[in-house]
Write a protein that binds this ligand. Structure first.
Ligand SMILES: *[C@@H]1O[C@H](CO)[C@@H](O)[C@H](O)[C@H]1NC(C)=O
Ligand SMILES: *[C@@H]1O[C@H](CO)[C@@H](O)[C@H](O)[C@H]1NC(C)=O
Ligand SMILES: [Zn+2]
Length: 396
């Protein structure tokens, strides 16, 4: 008797609590997590260097499923172990008015997760798992409080941002039509107003091996390369400045050439990243080709053409500077010098807005001391909530 009575009491108390919950009928299927630090820890603890995103993707899928979201794995380049994760709390992903997105791959090498006092470190803690965790918690909190409805949002987490953007390019096939997209990358809690363009250049110098005592019998690929790179450095120093983005920069990130000091080098290569502040990749490509053609003239003996001594290739299409929407009151804005997935995702809706925001600083992002504070993470949850409410017109 007593036991039964107690049970009844408990049940009615629970029913009462249930009634007081702000979750309406349309969110009843959701059991949302609000554990920001725990979610960030789980994400950051999983190594996910570009190409190896499966484990973190699987974690996200099961996390979303256990919270009641619908989830889709979108396989990228037909590889069974590489997929984007799309999650939506509402009825149909196509209905989502806003898309929240970031990437789940990181640069190498892996550094383990550490949490000491207020400071959290580890590979990906900033770029971009800080964004991923705070986006999910922000969406959950808005759903829980009933400030947004499940059909307002979808969340997309892509692979391959750090290398070629293949994950986000694949996302063009998802058939989404959000009027606004919120991209997550470290912006120190500010709204990015734009970022520089990007172009990759690969130079392959072709020489002719000979004994170093008789260099006139050969052609040094190293000399061809060095002259070409010097011409590029000079070009880089003389390009027009942009008021918004500053100067275009050339980074000669990798060089190799030759086999030994006493052999005229037969092969030499360099990889260069150009961060474009002004103009288009097409104009940059033609400038680069022009100055290199001039730089190698002295090697063009015996009917040789430029292509016979150096090959100039552009492994990616590249893109010019990207302007980003930043028309939300209450945020500072800034330009950033890194590339993002934004140019990979085609606009599918007339006037579609794109925002870029996230916790932590890019200055530590690819370093061995990648870290952020609990406060920055929590601040980003508040920031994402504010952005979402604004773009959904629910902040009045
Ligand atoms: C994090 O992982 C632990 C261990 O698997 C799990 O118990 C916990 O629910 C997870 N939390 C979140 C928020 O993902
Ligand atoms: C959309 O994106 C894909 C992949 O990046 C690209 O091939 C295509 O040309 C784009 N379409 C339009 C209409 O811009
Ligand atoms: Zn990133």
């Amino acid at each position: 008797m007593m036991l039964a009575g107690l049970c009844l009491l408990l049940v009615s108390a629970q029913a009462l609590v249930g009634q007081q919950e702000p979750l309406g009928a349309e969110t009843k299927h959701l059991t949302l997590t609000h554990d920001l630090i725990g979610l960030h820890k789980n994400l950051t603890s999983i190594e996910s260097i570009t190409g190896n995103e499966k484990a973190v993707g699987d974690f996200l899928v099961s996390s979303f499923q256990s919270q009641g979201y619908s989830v889709e794995r979108q396989y990228v380049e037909k590889k069974p172990d590489r997929f984007n994760v799309l999650a939506w709390p509402g009825k149909q992903k196509e209905h989502a008015k806003v898309l929240v997105s970031s990437h789940i791959d990181t640069v190498p090498p892996f550094y383990p997760y550490k949490h000491h006092k207020d400071v959290i470190s580890g590979r990906g803690s900033v770029d971009a798992k800080g964004s991923v965790a705070s986006q999910i918690i922000a969406v959950n909190s808005l759903l829980e409080s009933g400030k947004i409805s499940p059909d307002d949002v979808a969340l997309l987490y892509v692979v391959g941002e750090e290398v070629g953007g293949e994950g986000m390019r694949a996302a063009n096939d998802l058939g989404l039509k959000p009027h606004s997209i919120v991209f997550g990358e470290p912006t120190e809690g500010k709204l990015a107003s734009g970022h520089k363009g990007n172009l990759m250049v690969q130079l392959t110098a072709k020489g002719k091996a000979a004994h170093s005592g008789y260099p006139w019998l050969g052609r040094s690929a190293n000399e061809v390369l060095v002259k070409s790179l010097a011409a590029l450095m000079e070009l880089g120093a003389n390009l027009p400045e942009s008021e918004k983005y500053g100067v275009t920069t050339f980074n000669i990130g990798r060089m190799e050439g030759g086999v030994a000091s006493n052999v005229v080098a037969q092969d030499a290569k360099a990889n260069i990243a150009v961060r474009i502040a002004e103009g288009t990749p097409a104009s940059m490509k033609s400038e680069i080709t022009k100055v290199i053609n001039m730089a190698v003239v002295s090697f063009l003996k015996d009917d040789l053409e430029v292509e016979d001594v150096i090959e100039i290739s552009f492994p990616t299409t590249g893109y010019g500077p990207i302007d980003i929407d930043h028309d939300i009151p209450g945020f500072e804005s800034m330009t950033v010098n890194y590339g993002t997935d934004i140019p990979q995702l085609n606009s599918t809706v007339e006037g579609q807005k794109r925002y870029l925001y996230g916790p932590g600083s890019i200055l530590v992002a690819h370093s061995d001391h990648e870290m952020l504070t609990e406060k920055e993470l929590e601040g980003a949850v508040a920031g994402y909530e504010k952005i979402l409410l604004h773009v959904l017109g629910k902040d009045a």
